[in-house]
Design a protein around this ligand. Structure first.
Ligand code: NDP
Ligand code: OXD
Length: 303
């Protein structure tokens, strides 16, 4: 069996994946250049890579989101399989919990007071007054929901398909009641034609105010001018953004210097090679036995 790895960032990133996959799966020939591979493991691989492959049985994405991969011309009929958690759930929970507590425990307000050398305790806040709404309650959204609930925050979610669970709203009809009950909005959706530009002035206006916005998903979900306007008019008290529409953000992007935005460079949940290789190897072994695996992307729904 042959496995080929291709990471658009180049040989420095591809090499360690080849080495680690080969060690984890001694029966496989793992390389960066096979043209007749059975399985491909990729992240941001160029179009020419897919055009050269002649007999792939499956393509493994070394990430959770597959929007960039689905935008390529992929070999017809070859399933795309994404990472499910593989150590990202814990990272997402840490990132979002940090952002929520930073705001609710007023670390942002105390930073301003410190800058002015002002020793002034602010009134305590009740978690019950800070309901968190998570857009996208999938593998990673559920990990975040669990961590926030354990801290005592009221948490609700929004999904595409109804679940019949309390606090989980679904579909277009479920968006308004979900937003009306949310003060901290966390974006954890995949990028699909339905979620592109979803988060705009209309969405911000329906939140309990002053609201707070956390985006750990994709920048293309957000109409950035509407986000800035919501901050400037006080509809949003602040935002923590791990992503933006064009990454890396240009030096003159307003997010860098906005006093109420915390910006990080798409690091909320990074792909952990060891955990990812273990998951991919397990799935290849299952496929070779003819067994079904989870995490198979459904192209018609875009995730
Ligand atoms: P999942 O596929 O497990 O979950 C996606 C969730 O979004 C599901 O609950 C799904 O609903 C919901 N959803 C999808 N489309 C819609 C829609 N049109 N309306 C309402 N709900 C919708 O994905 P993961 O949890 O594994 O990952 C989520 C995203 O996180 C990734 O796609 C990626 O964009 C982002 N990400 C960001 C990282 C970072 O470092 N910033 C790292 C890793 C991921 P349903 O349950 O009905 O299917
Ligand atoms: C992912 C990401 O989707 O890193 O895995 O954004």
């Amino acid at each position: 069996m042959k496995i080929v790895c291709c990471f658009g960032a180049g040989p420095a990133e591809t090499g360690p994946w080849v080495t680690e996959l080969a060690a984890a799966m001694p029966v496989a020939q793992v390389s960066a250049d096979a043209l007749d591979a059975d399985y491909a493991v990729v992240w941001r691989a160029p179009q020419a890579f897919f055009d050269r492959q002649t007999r792939l049985k499956a393509i493994f994405a070394a990430g959770a989101g597959v929007d960039a991969l689905l935008a390529m011309r992929l070999p017809a009929g070859v399933p795309v399989i994404r990472l499910e958690d593989a150590g990202m759930g814990e990272q997402m929970a840490e990132y979002v919990v940090h952002a929520v507590l930073h705001h609710v425990r007023r670390f942002d307000a105390y930073a301003v007071l410190q800058a002015g050398r002002t020793w002034r305790p602010l009134p305590p806040q009740r978690k019950a007054d800070w309901p968190v709404g998570i857009l996208g309650l999938g593998v990673l959204g559920r990990a975040v929901a669990q961590a926030l609930r354990a801290l005592g925050f009221p948490v609700s979610g929004w999904t595409r398909t109804p679940r019949g669970e309390p606090g989980v709203h679904a579909g277009e009809a479920g968006l308004a009641p979900f937003l009306a009950n949310t003060r901290i909005l966390v974006d954890m959706l995949p990028l699909t034609p339905q979620t592109h530009d979803l988060i705009d002035a209309r969405v911000f206006a329906q939140l309990k105010t002053p609201a707070y916005f956390i985006n750990v998903a994709r920048g293309d979900h957000v109409v950035e001018a509407d986000l800035l306007a919501a901050l400037d008019t006080g509809v949003l008290a602040g935002a923590t953004l791990d992503v933006c529409r064009n990454e890396p953000a240009r030096p003159d992007h307003p997010f860098w210097s906005h006093p109420n935005i915390v910006l990080t460079p798409h690091v909320a949940a990074m792909t952990l090679r060891h955990e990812s290789v273990a998951q991919i190897v397990q799935k290849i072994e299952a496929l070779e036995r003819g067994a079904a695996v989870d995490g198979v992307v459904r192209p018609e729904r875009g995730y």
